[in-house]
Design a protein around this ligand. Structure first.
Ligand code: GDP
Ligand code: MG
Length: 457
């Protein structure tokens, strides 16, 4: 979906005149990409109409050279906002509170990834200082408790379940009571699924819900089920009235559009995305960064989170970096450090997509090729002096009287020679750095969304 939308938007940038015809062609491409990703037809039609209404005034007045860029921005913003609207019902999800036993109940059909997600959630909250535990209230699936036991042990989180008790409601109530008594902060109740939506399952969910009184019920939804996600979410909403959605298997070839329709149908926010089978493969979901990433604009927020996660060993350094990001004051040295972090973080393809300004080509090909490219970027920065690394790159440029860059300085040639690369490669690296720094600037600052988001947490 991302690549298609990206292509559609760059065709907008190439159009010399932005008029209704260009808009129609663009909307056609955007809508086709959405439909192909299993977004509900009605939603797509609505989006098209809303964008058209929004930009109508801006498009009137015929061709006018100075105004084309402005029109382009209006069109782009309208599409971006409407896409964000698709995944943002404007409802605040529940956030676990310190000093309170937060009970979270997971519901969803069998195989959607509930048990896996429960462990991921426990790890996520545990890392953030909430003492977490899992209660296995699945007595339907053979071996369910063993699965919980194994994954919870691996994740080093507490768990509760039974090999002999056959009533899931009893187990759920016992487990939650036990962990409340032991002063756990987050208690996650994993329920059983069925292969299809059955009244028996819904009855069981309601009973467990009554017994444990969850602060938040989460529907776990498999991204790979496509259009079926919408009907499934509706049915669960009626009986389990969940307050949040977690979409799993976003790492596969899933189109994800069904999940978007599920959000719209139930007006319930997505809180996390499951992006793999491992304990840490859980990404916090926020509408704006999600759409930015979809459109190839990078995900600064996600990057900050990842950096926070990996640098817990070095909290001071981390604070400093987060502050710089917020203030939009990232030097080349800081950027290089980020790239090095990424290289140490494992599967490159997954993390690289979060670095703003990293060119799309970087994400293509194997992880092997990608890390080769990153290594070259490090070689280049290795040949920079301390002053150059600590700069914002301006000293690599020659500046005209009007404050615009007119060319490159001897420094670029020196760095290229020193690193065994070419002037072109160094120039490219500087361009990428600038893009990243601009993104960070937009995101940071008093009115940036980075601040707004951090305040919300
Ligand atoms: P449950 O029946 O709803 O409890 O589902 P499970 O947690 O047992 O997961 C079913 C299968 O989906 C398992 O093989 C999991 O490893 C896999 N799975 C769960 N979440 C993800 C995810 O985000 N990505 C991928 N690739 N696989 C997942
Ligand atoms: Mg399970």
């Amino acid at each position: 979906l991302g690549r298609k939308l990206n292509a559609a938007l760059s065709s907008l940038n190439r159009a010399p005149v932005v008029d209704e015809k260009v808009l129609d062609a663009l909307l056609k491409e955007v809508c086709a990409a959405l439909l192909e990703s299993d977004v509900n037809v009605k939603l797509v039609a609505q989006l098209r109409q809303k964008v058209k209404t929004k930009v109508k005034a801006a498009l009137e007045g015929g061709a006018d050279k100075g105004k084309e860029q402005n029109r382009r921005n209006v069109v782009q913003k309208a599409i971006f906002d409407e896409l964000v609207g698709l995944v943002d019902p404007g409802v605040e999800p529940y956030k676990p509170k310190k000093g309170h036993p937060n009970v979270i109940m997971a519901v969803g059909l069998q195989g959607n990834g509930k048990t896996t997600t429960c462990t991921k959630l426990a790890v996520y909250y545990q890392k953030r200082g909430f003492k977490s535990a899992i209660v296995c209230a699945d007595t339907f699936r053979a071996g369910a408790f063993d699965q919980t036991r194994q994954s919870a042990t691996k994740a080093k989180v507490a768990y509760f379940g039974s090999y002999t008790e056959t009533d899931p409601v009893t187990i759920a109530a016992q487990g939650v009571a036990k962990f409340k008594k032991e002063r756990f902060d987050v208690i996650i109740v994993d329920t059983s699924g069925r292969h299809k939506q059955e009244s028996e399952l819904f009855r069981e969910m309601v009973q467990i819900g009554e017994a444990v009184q969850p602060d938040m019920t989460v529907m776990v939804l498999d991204a790979s089920i496509g259009q079926a996600a919408e009907a499934q979410a509706r049915a669960f909403k009626e009986s389990a009235n969940f307050g949040a959605i977690i979409v799993t298997k976003m790492d596969g070839h899933a189109k994800g559009g069904g999940a978007i329709s599920a959000v719209a149908a139930t007006q319930t926010p997505i809180i996390f995305l499951g992006v793999g089978e491992h304990l840490h493969d859980l990404d916090k979901f926020s509408p704006q960064p999600f759409i930015s990433k979809l459109l190839g604009l990078g995900d600064v927020q996600g990057l900050v989170e990842h950096m926070q996660d990996i640098a817990t060993q070095n909290p001071d350094k981390q604070k400093e970096m987060a502050k710089k990001l917020e203030e939009g004051k990232l030097s080349i040295r800081d950027w290089r450090e980020q790239i090095q972090n990424v290289m140490n973080m494992g599967p490159l393809s997954k993390i690289a997509s979060m670095i703003p300004g990293l060119p799309q080509e970087m994400l293509q090909g194997s992880d092997e090729e990608g890390s080769q490219r990153m290594k070259r970027m490090i070689y280049i920065t290795d040949s920079m002096t301390a002053a150059e690394l600590d700069s914002d790159g301006a000293l690599f440029m020659e500046w005209g009287k009007d404050g615009k860059p007119t060319g490159l300085t001897w420094r670029v040639t020196r760095v290229a020679r020193g690193s065994g690369t070419s002037v072109r490669e160094v120039e490219e690296l500087l361009c990428q750095y600038r893009m990243m720094a601009n993104m960070a600037k937009q995101a940071g600052g008093k009115n940036g969304w980075l601040q707004a988001m951090q305040k919300m947490q």
